[in-house]
Write a protein that binds this ligand. Structure first.
Ligand code: GAR
Length: 197
């Protein structure tokens, strides 16, 4: 049966666009909603332009009450009935109260070769460490930040003279290849990790 996919964003939604554009033909999934915590997220317009329903659940009114924020997200999702959630640049931490019921059905993309560089500023940290290899990871979401079983990674060699801007741009190109590839396999029930070079 075709899987229904909710995509959570906070910003430009370039990964979201790649996921939306991949779900056609004999792909085992279709988008059902794009949700953002930020009403000004550029990705919302991009989703609407593709005819995908959108929802906004602002985090500010909840002022640190994560349970209430997550309860509101659950409410916004209800009538879209997703089977899978893809976090795609969704910059809010989700607690176990939300994550646990979605275990095995929620993915995230992170701009580092996990387990290296969980959290923020991944490109700067890779450059500071003098790494020769950087990249991105798609993983199942568990309550621990940027943790959970790895479903795919894409490598990006660091080049002499790289800056955060040049490196992050090359990582993003790989994110756009990796996330659709992982989602397609995952939606077929195949959790074997993918490695892209
Ligand atoms: C992507 O690089 C994604 O890996 C990162 O945010 C960016 C979103 O870009 N996610 C995280 O850092 C999550 N910890 P996009 O909105 O253009 O897809």
């Amino acid at each position: 049966m075709t899987k229904r996919v909710a995509i959570f964003i906070s910003g430009s939604g370039s990964n979201m666009v790649k996921l939306l554009d991949s779900m056609h033909g004999d792909h085992p999934a279709r988008p059902c909603v794009v949700l953002s915590n930020d009403p000004s997220a550029k990705g919302l317009e991009r989703a609407e332009a593709r005819g995908v329903p959108t929802e906004v659940v602002r985090h500010q009114p909840f002022k640190g009450d994560r349970d209430a924020f997550e309860h509101a997200i659950t409410g916004a999702l209800a009538h879209h009935a997703p089977d899978i959630i893809c976090l795609a640049g969704f910059m809010r931490k989700l607690t176990a109260g939300f994550v646990d019921p979605w275990r095995g059905h929620m993915l995230n993309i992170h701009p580092s070769l996990l387990p290296k560089y969980k959290g923020l500023h991944t490109h700067a940290r890779a450059l500071e460490a003098g790494d020769s290899l950087h990249g991105c990871t798609v993983h199942e979401v568990t309550p621990a930040l940027d943790d959970g079983p790895i479903l795919g990674q894409a490598e990006v060699p660091v080049q002499p003279g790289d800056t955060v801007e040049t490196l992050s741009a090359r990582v993003l190109v790989q994110e756009h290849r990796l996330y659709p590839a992982v989602l397609e396999r995952f939606a077929r029930g195949d959790k074997r990790p993918i490695l892209l070079r």
